[in-house]
Design a protein around this ligand. Structure first.
Ligand SMILES: Nc1ncnc2c1ncn2[C@@H]1O[C@H](COP(=O)(O)OP(=O)(O)O)[C@@H](O)[C@H]1O
Ligand SMILES: [Mg+2]
Length: 359
């Protein structure tokens, strides 16, 4: 595993695995700091390719292409967590990769992730490992009548998840997932959802943004609002939870911790995203240093920026055909469109952030 001996100087190259909208906004932030990006994506058309001076379109398993990519980068990061671990191992032997293999191995698999979170003394929903239909039934009997079966790996935007209300349903949901290893979680009757976005620098410094309240529709983030309904004490607790997680992972970069806020006011960790996060997009307009710039600063070994918020903000995603209304959206706030060609159902096409004076 390699680490940086000195910060990446202006003019240096940040390698980013993944060319979606997160890679695109990372590239834009890097560019403002005088850093170049090289985006590596496994398809020819990628939102981030439109805004980066350097790019590679090749499979994440192509070692020749990965080697060539690593040669031109000073440091490597990623915008999505489902990268094959062999790819990260291969790249880590050539150049510093942040956040590193440890962060990925602890967060790619929901069972490992929740076990890790619990080991830090942080609360989660009750969860059970499920590797057979019988185990799904047995696990269901330990819950209070409601659960969610989730595949251990590769889920996002609610994919690979099924709500279940009986042992039979739990068993058939497991069969529907083609016997993929899964976890069964107890259904949390939360009051609302929130997240905390935080950064840890190469020198161990830490900065957290104010946690937004998040609303989902059809399992896709609809809206993030900051400030949300979290109390001042819950804000501080959420930030402290993120710090504990980041330190335990020797983390360098930005991470997001998704939370359930229960009716009695406790905070449960839902999942950790080892990357910049959709619920942090409002930081572009409402903070001096956005989550994207913060991530670039951290992985490049620069000092972290100021994460404090100078405005209240509401960020709304633009999903699928909603992007057709770009003209009226452009009038309504700070519009971001990701340059995606096809407005498929459920696809995140952009977002709009509206600011208000800080309360
Ligand atoms: N144990 C749970 N109890 C209640 N709701 C849940 C639970 N797990 C997930 N959800 C709901 O489903 C959404 C997506 O689940 P999550 O585990 O975050 O997967 P994804 O990777 O798709 O974001 C959550 O934001 C929440 O709204
Ligand atoms: Mg989630």
């Amino acid at each position: 595993m390699k680490t940086l001996d000195a910060p990446v100087k202006p003019g240096g190259v940040i390698g980013i695995i993944g060319g979606g909208q997160l890679g695109r906004m990372l590239a834009l932030a890097a560019s403002r700091l005088g850093l170049k990006t090289c985006i590596y994506n496994d398809e020819n058309h990628a939102p981030a390719f439109q805004v980066t001076p350097l790019q590679v379109a090749a499979s994440y398993e192509d070692q020749n292409m990965l080697r060539g990519f690593a040669e031109i980068c000073d440091v490597i990061t990623f915008e999505f967590e489902n990268i094959p671990s062999a790819t990260i191992e291969f790249l880590s032997a050539l150049k510093p990769v942040h956040p590193g293999a440890k962060a990925l191995s602890q967060t790619q698999d929901r069972f490992i992730e929740k076990t890790f979170v619990a080991s830090l003394g942080l609360a989660t929903a009750p969860f059970f490992d499920v590797t057979s239909a019988d185990q799904a039934r047995a696990a269901f009997s330990k819950l209070n009548g409601g659960g969610i079966l989730k595949t251990r790996r590769f889920g996002y935007d609610g994919k690979g998840q099924a709500k279940v209300t009986s042992a039979d349903q739990a068993a058939s949901a497991f069969d529907n997932f083609k016997n993929a290893p899964a976890i069964l979680e107890g259904l949390i009757d939360f009051s609302f959802e929130a997240s905390v976005i935080a950064a840890r620098g190469a020198d161990g410094s830490f900065a957290a943004y104010d946690p937004p309240e998040n609303e989902h529709e059809n399992h896709i983030l609809r809206r993030s609002t900051v400030p949300g309904r979290l109390t001042r004490a819950q804000n501080e607790e959420a930030k402290a939870m993120a710090r504990k997680i980041a330190e335990a992972l020797d983390y360098i970069g930005v991470l997001a911790v998704e939370l359930f806020v229960t009716k009695d006011g406790s905070l449960l960790v839902n999942e950790i995203a080892p990357r910049v996060h959709n619920s942090g997009h409002w930081t572009i307009e409402a903070c001096q240093c956005s989550q994207f710039e913060q991530h670039i600063r951290a992985v490049a070994g620069w000092p972290l920026g100021d994460a404090s918020r100078h405005a209240d903000a509401v960020m709304e995603n633009i999903i699928g055909a909603e992007a057709d209304a770009w003209e009226s959206l452009a009038k309504s706030g700070a519009l971001h469109l990701y340059g995606k060609q096809e407005a498929k159902l459920g696809r995140k096409m952009g977002h709009v952030t509206r600011l208000k004076p800080k309360t």
